[in-house]
Write a protein that binds this ligand. Structure first.
Ligand code: AMP
Ligand code: ZN
Length: 433
């Protein structure tokens, strides 16, 4: 499986995290049955990176190294496992040049004004992936066509670099690759001419994937490029497109300072991956409540080594995930299991059910923390576990002194902060509501 990865010149936003999380889940599901090789690239040569370098005065490789590391750390916080291969575009320039040479030699690309362009007219199926016809595209094109292009839709495979820009020697002079050829060359190098699954965000279908498909097939004697394409839907914020101009760009790096990564992961998986997902405070709160329910069910149940080793993910959850990654149904089934566990009174059955919950969570990349640590989890802007315990102590002291009005005030204070308390034989326990 190949997933188009980030262009590394700034922090990933919550929309960028959606494909990383969704296809991490797909990889986990596939690995149950198949030997998967999963590649997710880093685009570390791009005009946006060059612009960032000029703007900040920092060398390009300093910027790309820094943001590759931050990306991996941020995604790890969301439970995204490292892919098997993380190819970097700058380490595959040789492969790109060879591929472009093959395209030129076979009449699919042409050199013009130090650029090399893919000739879309040379590939009859151009537009098939995105369901567009080249004829309609041409008719609808109002863009000024660069004079070195034969057709407005011809796209750049190679372009010249000025001395201050990153560049590599090539048969067409010193230059740098276009974005699309990067993925085609990296996919071919690591996964072969035909890959099983190609993934990415919906916005990449056209032109990026259409172009990858065209150039890969033409460079490989017409061999199929990807057997399956999977695209995630777009994430909006409070029903608005995330954009710099609206000032509503939510960075993962910032978000996980105040929201547990596990909550963010579940929120990103709460909608079916092909559907749009609207992000709001309610999306986060709802994911938090779901995790409270799941952790609440396994809380206080000792799961021994043996039960853990014997446990397998709940069959109905697996079935839902194997049905085009139906995460809403998978979560509903998962809650069914939590409910069964909540009703179970037999200790050994409870242990088995709790072990099944942990195994199911493991498949989803959830529920791997100690439940007590989860419920004690301190989130910025909220009361810390220490604060909560202090208020509970004061309340219990008031109750012992039969000052029930004061005791109620303390309970209300906790409730207002979203903390519910429960009095039991072992004393008072609490959870975030
Ligand atoms: P980029 O770095 O812009 O190439 O984006 C990296 C990945 O994030 C691509 O797979 C995009 O399709 C995806 N992506 C960008 N914005 C969003 C969004 N708002 N919702 C979902 N996916 C997105
Ligand atoms: Zn790509």
């Amino acid at each position: 499986m190949y997933l188009c990865g980030p262009t590394v010149y700034n922090y990933a936003h919550i929309g960028n995290a959606r494909p990383a999380v969704v296809f991490d889940l797909l990889a986990r599901v596939l690995r149950r049955h198949y030997k998967l090789t999963f590649a997710r690239n880093f685009t570390d040569v791009d005009d946006k990176i060059n612009a960032a370098s000029i703007e900040t005065g920092k060398p390009i490789n300093e910027i790309t190294e820094r943001f590759m590391q931050i990306y991996n750390e941020d995604m790890a916080a969301l439970g995204v496992l490292p892919p098997d291969i993380e190819p970097r575009a700058t380490e595959h320039i040789g492969e790109m040049v060879v591929m472009i040479e093959a395209l030129v030699e076979n009449g699919f690309a042409y050199e013009s004004s130090n650029h090399v362009l893919f000739d879309v007219e040379s590939y009859a199926d151009y537009g098939a992936l995105s369901n567009r016809s080249l004829r309609e595209m041409i008719a609808g094109a109002r863009v000024e066509v660069a004079d070195y292009k034969r057709n407005a839709h011809d796209f750049v495979l190679w372009k010249p670099s000025t001395p201050e820009l990153p560049g590599w020697d090539s048969p067409w002079g010193r230059g740098r690759p276009g974005w699309h050829i990067e993925c085609s060359a990296m996919a071919a190098k690591h996964l072969g001419d035909t890959i099983d699954i190609h993934a990415g965000g919906q916005d990449l279908i056209f032109p990026h994937h259409e172009n990858e498909l065209a150039q890969s097939r033409c460079a490989h004697d017409g061999a199929d490029f990807a057997r399956y394409w999977v695209h995630n839907g777009f994430l909006s914020i409070d029903h608005e497109k995330m954009s710099k101009s609206l000032g509503n760009v939510l960075l993962v790096h910032k978000l996980i300072e105040s929201v547990p990564g596990e909550v963010v992961r579940l929120a990103l998986l709460s909608a079916h991956y092909r559907q749009p997902l609207d992000w709001s405070d309610e999306t986060v709160d709802s994911a938090r409540r779901m995790l409270d329910r799941l952790y609440g069910a396994i809380r206080g149940i000792e799961v021994g080594e043996e039960a853990r080793a014997d446990a397998v993910p709940l069959e109905s959850v697996v079935a839902a995930l194997e049905d085009d990654l139906n995460t809403p149904r998978a979560m509903a089934e998962f809650f069914g299991l939590a409910k069964t566990l909540n009703k179970e009174t037999d200790a050994s059955e409870q242990e088995k059910l709790a072990a099944a919950m942990v195994a199911t969570g493991d498949l989803l990349g959830l529920l791997q923390n100690d439940p007590e640590a989860w419920f004690a989890g301190h989130v910025e802007g909220e009361l810390s576990a220490e604060d909560i315990n202090a208020i509970i102590d004061k309340r219990n002291a008031a109750r012992a002194a039969k000052d029930f009005a004061a005791a109620d005030t303390f309970r209300d204070e906790l409730a207002a902060a979203g903390v519910q308390i429960e009095d039991g034989p072992e004393g008072t326990t609490w959870r975030r509501a």
